[in-house]
Design a protein around this ligand. Structure first.
Ligand code: LLP
Length: 431
């Protein structure tokens, strides 16, 4: 929900999760990444309860931590009894440092190195989501060395186009992730897994895309995966006990995008899964899902201070702020929509059309175009909503700009979860 934790106080300042944003900016500086911890926990519970109701025992959401990875978030996920998906030794190391129970961690990726595999096993990773035959051999070798049987899921590519729902054949085959079902590659990978004595194949995984608003593509993927699961049972006698349907449920960034009822979507997928398994005469597998964006995006907000304004008559007005593509590269990369509000002058009418620009020496460094604010001046505070996912996670030090801090608003008020990078931090690796 776009405006769920926003309000305006008597001073005319925007409040976020009950806190005056101007006061937060004064205390912590800008750019400032804020996260509403209570809202994150509520969303975890919404997923968890809905999945427990809709699917067999053991079914659970795994937080896709590529959306936003830092120590505190893994502590919260552990407390909420969520699983996690990690995609690198870096995410894994952060989760280990947070004391996350590794048996509920799933290691993804299409290019895991031997060192990744060794490091993950050393830390007791629950599952690898194995992407290809080379990786499987490497997992088998490392597991043999350690005298263990490593649990894995196989990443399969069911070939669903989440935007059109059409089964476009190049889309089915041309993807760097997973083994293609259609051309027999997936079946060969399953037979390879079943023949590896140090590998315990537990099931299949698919992920059809991100920022999907409709539940229909998930249903389509579930039916395809269950049908394939039944075919493999019939042909080879292996009935996979686990099916991971990946992440991808959307989040509205502007009021033009629909709000999503995650619990209701899960309920609908649940009904279909039970019906399909009945038809196929297979036991209903444990279902896993991997929400990333929909766990953290709308719990986040970024505050910036206006540095300058520039009017180009006949063209447009630029309002430049003290952050940009270094803390939020999503407009630069995807022309992603965002809602931008004044945080310090909410009482005034927002009738000044402008482009919100970042501070990097790069003309494409824009945060949003076609924004309306109260005619801004240097020192004004501007809020960009819904920045919890794939902002900090994709931040960089381009132009040697330090990353902002992450300040969480918890039950007892605001606290720093990740401190602001300093200029000296930027020199940390220079010899
Ligand atoms: N599982 C797998 C295997 C994934 O690849 C992803 C996202 C997820 C789960 C989580 O998907 P979500 O629920 O967050 O949609 N940087 C892009 C998004 C890339 C998503 C990559 N994979 C963006 O900023 O929009």
């Amino acid at each position: 929900m776009l405006y769920k934790n926003l309000n305006i106080n008597e001073a005319g300042h925007l409040t976020f999760a009950g806190n005056d944003t101007t006061a937060l900016a004064q205390e912590y500086g800008t750019p400032l990444m804020l996260l509403d911890e209570i809202a994150i926990r509520e969303r975890c519970r919404e997923y968890k309860n809905a999945m427990e109701d809709a699917f067999p025992e053991g079914s659970m959401p795994l937080y896709a931590s590529k959306a936003l990875s830092f120590k505190r978030i893994y502590e919260i996920m552990a407390e909420e009894k969520m699983g996690i998906d990690v995609v690198s030794s870096g995410e894994l190391r952060t989760a280990v440092k947070a004391g996350f129970p590794m048996e509920n961690a799933y290691f993804h990726g299409n290019a895991k190195t031997d060192e990744d595999i060794r490091f993950a096993m050393e830390n007791g990773i629950g599952y690898f989501v194995c992407d290809n035959a080379d990786e499987m051999e490497a997992i088998d070798r490392e597991a043999e060395k350690r005298g263990i049987r490593q649990k894995i899921l196989l990443r399969l590519s069911p070939g669903i186009d989440p935007h059109t729902h059409a089964k476009i054949s190049t889309g089915k085959i041309d993807c760097k992730f997973g083994a293609v079902i259609e051309n027999g590659q997936a079946e060969r990978l399953i037979l390879q897994a079943l023949s590896c004595k140090n590998i315990d194949l537990r099931g299949y995984h698919c992920h059809i895309g991100s920022q999907i608003f409709d539940h229909a593509p998930f249903c389509e993927a579930a039916v395809m995966m269950l049908t394939f699961l039944a075919q493999i049972k019939e042909k080879h006698g292996f009935c996979a006990p686990v099916l991971n349907l990946g992440g991808g449920m959307g989040v509205p960034y502007t009021k033009d995008e629909p709000a999503i009822d995650y619990a209701e979507n899960i309920r609908k997928i649940g009904v279909l899964v039970w019906d399909t398994c009945k038809e196929l005469n297979i036991p209903v597998p444990v279902i896993l899902m991997e929400p990333g964006r929909s766990i953290v995006a709308d719990s986040g907000m970024t505050l910036y201070t206006v540095s300058s304004t520039k009017e180009i008559p006949g063209f447009k007005n630029y309002v430049s702020v003290d952050g940009g593509m270094t803390d939020n590269p999503r407009y630069t990369l995807y022309e992603a929509p965002y809602t931008v509000l004044s945080a310090s002058r909410t009482a005034e009418s927002a009738d000044y059309p402008c482009t919100l620009a970042g501070r990097c020496c790069e003309s494409g460094d824009l945060i949003q175009e076609n924004v309306k604010l109260p005619a801004p001046k240097r020192g004004d505070l501007v809020a960009v909503l819904t920045t919890g996912a794939y902002n900090y996670a994709m931040a960089s030090n381009y132009n040697r700009i330090p990353r902002p801090p992450i300040v969480m608003i918890g039950e007892n008020g605001p606290y720093t979860a990740v401190r602001r990078e300093t200029l000296d931090d930027l020199l940390e690796y220079d010899i």
